[in-house]
Design a protein around this ligand. Structure first.
Ligand SMILES: CC(C)(COP(=O)(O)OP(=O)(O)OC[C@H]1O[C@@H](n2cnc3c(N)ncnc32)[C@H](O)[C@@H]1OP(=O)(O)O)[C@@H](O)C(=O)NCCC(=O)NCCS
Length: 172
């Protein structure tokens, strides 16, 4: 059985320098799990994101979209539904060597398109990178305006008592 929390990237996710090339985006499949966990948990180990487990990934893999540069998974992000009208962007992560090369924007466009196809009226996120979200058309909002259910992740966050994440929302 796999470990419940994987805080280190699997050995297969070696630190590969950025290589220019065509980027492609698609919905994730179960076989992407290890690479996604490697991305997310590398940031989690630095306290930037919440860690994810194999179990959570398996449960939520259908929320995820992934970006590839050739055969290499270089970005992931999830659209998690909360109501018939709104969803949260979660677990957005780009390989640190591929940052600032448009991967984040490709992911956000794909997740937004997915939200539109489902007839949603808004998407929100809790984030430290509000300036990135501003560029994607999101506005700062009061966290109290967001669905209470969205706070369930906060309960196991080490920063629960001193949260410094910013709530952002985009109307579609
Ligand atoms: C935030 C993150 C997803 C952005 O991905 P990225 O691939 O580097 O973003 P892009 O290259 O698509 O950038 C799109 C635009 O946002 C800007 N941008 C990217 N990161 C930014 C940041 N941290 N602050 C301000 N602007 C930023 C880019 O300059 C670019 O602007 P332009 O269109 O004017 O050129 C990535 O830096 C990351 O994985 N960060 C660590 C994990 C994290 O914080 N995730 C968010 C959890 S909610």
């Amino acid at each position: 059985m796999g470990s419940l929390v994987t805080l280190q990237a699997p050995a297969s996710l070696a630190d590969v320098p950025y290589q220019p090339g065509k980027l492609s985006v698609r919905k994730a499949s179960m076989r992407d799990t290890n690479a996604i966990l490697g991305l997310i948990n590398a940031y989690a180990a630095k306290g930037i994101m919440l860690p994810r487990t194999e179990f959570e990934m398996s449960e939520n893999i259908r929320d995820f979209s992934v970006v590839f540069s050739g055969e290499r998974l270089v970005g992931c992000g999830a659209l998690h539904f909360y109501s018939p009208s709104t969803a949260e962007i979660r677990s957005l992560a780009v390989d640190h060597n591929w940052k600032e090369h448009g991967v984040g924007r490709i992911l956000m466009d794909a997740l937004e398109q997915e939200a539109r196809e489902h007839g949603l009226q808004s998407i929100f996120a809790f984030t430290y990178v509000d300036r990135f979200f501003n560029k994607m058309g999101y506005q700062l909002v009061d966290r109290g305006d967001l669905p209470l259910k969205a706070w369930k992740d906060c309960l196991r966050c080490p920063k629960f008592q001193a949260c410094d994440e910013i709530a952002v929302l985009k109307l579609l």
